[in-house]
Write a protein that binds this ligand. Structure first.
Ligand SMILES: Cc1cc2nc3c(=O)[nH]c(=O)nc-3n(C[C@H](O)[C@H](O)[C@H](O)COP(=O)(O)O)c2cc1C
Length: 363
């Protein structure tokens, strides 16, 4: 059985939902560890006031008993506190009474860089909100909750995953990142940046070169590219490798089969090679601008200015948490494929037997 995830939920709807299938039975989950990751996702300089409004605590509806997984689908819910301001506008059923609160008027001015125009055309909506609500990065909260569960599973075999922002608005120093964010806010503009996710303790052998869909780099790359606003992904030295000679690009092998460098970022031929898995994702500047870009009014066909809605100036530190969750989820899936396990003890025993067979010791 493979580890799989399906999520649902609109940004201002009643709740976000995640259903995780294929988790081994017997995995102990720590509610505070999941909530801590949800909290981290809401942090970061340059976030919108929405982040203070949401409390983001996970509720578990199924698959867990006394904090331990049952091996059945795990159903997680995160309520949207802000929904109380949108009960009419985002009512799942035809709303009763006079329109009140937010979201009562259709949005007709699509933002360049967001889902607004393509989503409206694709699904035949007459209100851009019907596209933007699900496209919004609010849904990353459910992926972060799933990632926390994945990290718990990976922790059982000594794998850790952590993400951090390495560049914001072209700046790499923390003070300069803040100054760039302040300057963009003053100019009513937005910024992007770069995050790095590193996974340690991954044994050689996750993923496969047999088919391109099985390749670990392809899978991790897709997981990162699937996050809102990510426009480029690197594994290891990535693009810089294209400019190096072979003698400077590959990681020479020590007698104990470890590497003298890690330019490959821990993956060769789509298979983990035992070194740390190092990935980077580049985030474009956020599309909601307080000084809006030119657009078209989809109702009248007249030129107009794009929708202005409460928004972050930049969300690179939040992306680091979301990217960490995405990498953790994909590594947990690959580990579950390699080590199986309806019961956690089977999963852990298969991992031990494998590392014994190849004589691999985590440094
Ligand atoms: C953690 C996070 C927070 C985001 N916050 C915002 C935001 O406040 N305003 C905004 O316009 N876009 C925000 N985005 C980006 C949009 O969701 C994204 O650009 C949009 O869905 C279009 O998708 P694309 O950029 O992948 O093409 C955020 C993305 C992430 C990962």
């Amino acid at each position: 059985m493979s580890l799989d995830l399906v999520t649902a939920g609109e940004s201002h709807g009643p709740a976000l939902v995640a259903i995780l299938t294929g988790l081994p039975a017997g995995l102990r989950l720590d509610r505070s560890a999941i909530d801590e990751d949800l909290h981290r996702r809401r942090q970061g300089y340059g976030r919108s006031p929405r982040q203070q409004l949401e409390a983001d605590e996970v509720e578990v509806l199924a698959g867990l008993r006394h904090g331990v997984t049952l091996g059945t689908p795990l159903a997680l819910v995160i309520r949207n506190r802000d929904h109380e301001n949108w009960t009419w506008g985002m009512s799942p059923w035809p709303p009763e009474g006079e329109p009140s609160g937010k979201g009562t008027k259709p949005v007709t001015l699509p933002r360049p860089g967001h889902a607004d125009l393509a989503g409206t055309l694709k699904y035949g909506h007459d209100d851009v909100r019907n596209a933007l609500e699900r496209a919004s990065a609010r849904q990353t909260a459910s992926h972060v909750a799933a990632g926390a569960v994945a990290k718990a599973l990976l922790g059982e075999i000594g794998v850790t995953v952590s993400g951090r922002a390495v560049e914001i608005g072209g700046e790499t120093d923390a003070d300069a990142m803040r100054a760039a964010t302040d300057a963009a806010r003053t100019d009513r503009d937005t910024l992007g940046g770069i995050v790095e996710v590193v996974a340690t303790g991954v044994p050689p052998g996750l993923g496969s070169y047999a088919e391109k869909r099985d390749r670990l780099d392809a899978r991790v790359g897709a997981a990162l590219m699937g996050i809102q606003a990510v426009k480029a992904v690197e594994i290891g030295d990535g693009i810089a490798l294209a400019r190096a000679r072979g003698s400077e690009a590959h990681d020479e092998i020590e007698p104990d089969r470890r590497r003298m460098s890690n330019r490959a970022g821990g993956v060769e031929a789509g298979v983990s090679n035992g070194e740390a898995i190092v990935t980077r994702a580049a985030m474009k500047p956020l599309p909601t601008l307080m000084r809006p870009l030119r657009s078209v009014d989809l109702e009248s066909g007249e030129p107009g200015q794009a929708l202005v809605e409460r928004s972050d100036v930049q969300a690179v530190e939040a992306l680091a948490v979301v990217a960490e969750a995405a990498v953790a989820w994909e590594l947990a899936r690959a580990a579950r494929e390699k080590f199986g396990g309806d019961a956690l003890t089977d999963f852990v025993a298969a991992h031990s037997a494998y590392v014994d067979r190849i004589g691999w010791r985590t440094p």
